[in-house]
Write a protein that binds this ligand. Sequence first.
Ligand SMILES: Cc1cc2nc3c(=O)[nH]c(=O)nc-3n(C[C@H](O)[C@H](O)[C@H](O)COP(=O)(O)OP(=O)(O)OC[C@H]3O[C@@H](n4cnc5c(N)ncnc54)[C@H](O)[C@@H]3O)c2cc1C
Length: 392
Amino acid sequence: MSKSSATRLNPLDLYDVRGQLSEEERLVQDSVARLVDKQVLPIIQRCFEEHRFPQELVPELAALGLLGSSLHGYECAGLNALCYGLICQELERGDSGIRSFVSVQSSLCMYPIHTYGSEEQKQRYLPRMARGELIGCFGLTEPHGGSDPANMKTHAKRQGGDWVLNGAKMWITNGAIAGVAVIWAMTEEGIRGFLVEKGTPGFEASVIERKFSLRASVTSALFLNEVRVPQANVLPGVVGLKGPLSCLTQARYGIAWGVIGAAQACLGQLLDYSATRTLFGRALAQNQAVQIRLAQMARQITTAQVLALQLGRLKEAGQMTPAQVSLAKWNNCRMALDIARDARDLLGGAGISAEYVPVRHMLNLESVITYEGTETIHQLTIGRELTGLNAF
Ligand SMILES: Cc1cc2nc3c(=O)[nH]c(=O)nc-3n(C[C@H](O)[C@H](O)[C@H](O)COP(=O)(O)OP(=O)(O)OC[C@H]3O[C@@H](n4cnc5c(N)ncnc54)[C@H](O)[C@@H]3O)c2cc1C
């Protein structure tokens, strides 16, 4: 017996997380959803194929207040933690590359300037970044290994009133299109953040051209050769690894929400496909083995949503810890990647076609599960939380 559609739950929100949201949060979600439906989905597959970041969307993202959305002042929208999560979720329903752009701009570049910058730095950079007129990037990872950032080789030395930076950064989102880079470098005092502007002599960014993932996002290598910056370009408010790690905590929070959108896109398309694909005289969706797989996807999405919602509440209350973020980043990325892979399989040959979204999300999620701390690093973070022993 089939259940009437009037009594059926939303398959992409079985626990009615949407019903938990305030009116403002729902409005934010709806406006980002409209942007994604109207302006991202029609072009994104082609962008992915052409390995092109749709930079023409940046003014639209800015106009909706999505750049630095949770920061206060300096033309930023000052939205709450749930709104930031929902923004990420809707954007990643479109493509992880678009969400990555917003994450880097907001959490990895504007956040450290807002939190650790001087008043002059905030005035100089944040309003232009909120308007999308200035793009930022975050240079932490280095070619010799990103999982161990304390072992960084890029260094900065004082020379008179200036600092001179030497080193290289690898896998930097937005690198080649950024007007300002937050570069983390080792100094005699410990790791410090430097604001390096495009065009500074000795500073070069080159696009990593050959990649199979996040193709609608710019990923770059940065080179610093005797790059001289004034003292005014050093972030005065933080010394040590906690500077970059605190930014990553913000961005990972957004990722934990974002990947839910990618998984919803895959399950949504798969539900349509399996209802209409007829094999052995019945709809694909009418097989027990298929329904079990669909049910598993819904279970995984639902648990990820509830996890993200609670994490958002903890963040809003100022109680969120980095280990809680690690658990959510790990769980939700794993869930989204598993769903994208399984959805691709259930589409059969069509699953490798650019006409369907799972393979693009699957390829993107291989990056998302790796960046901002690999799955293993987050597992080890939880292990440390449980045992008190550092096994890194
Ligand atoms: C598309 C993309 C965009 C990115 N954007 C940015 C950016 O904007 N800014 C930035 O700074 N970085 C960025 N990164 C870098 C990203 O954060 C790193 O790739 C990531 O941290 C892993 O570092 P790695 O690639 O050097 O791998 P490695 O650190 O070399 O790790 C290799 C493998 O070893 C495993 N491993 C490491 N240590 C241990 C251990 N102790 N025990 C067991 N296993 C271990 C890892 O889990 C991984 O599987 C980006 C990466 C990608 C792919």
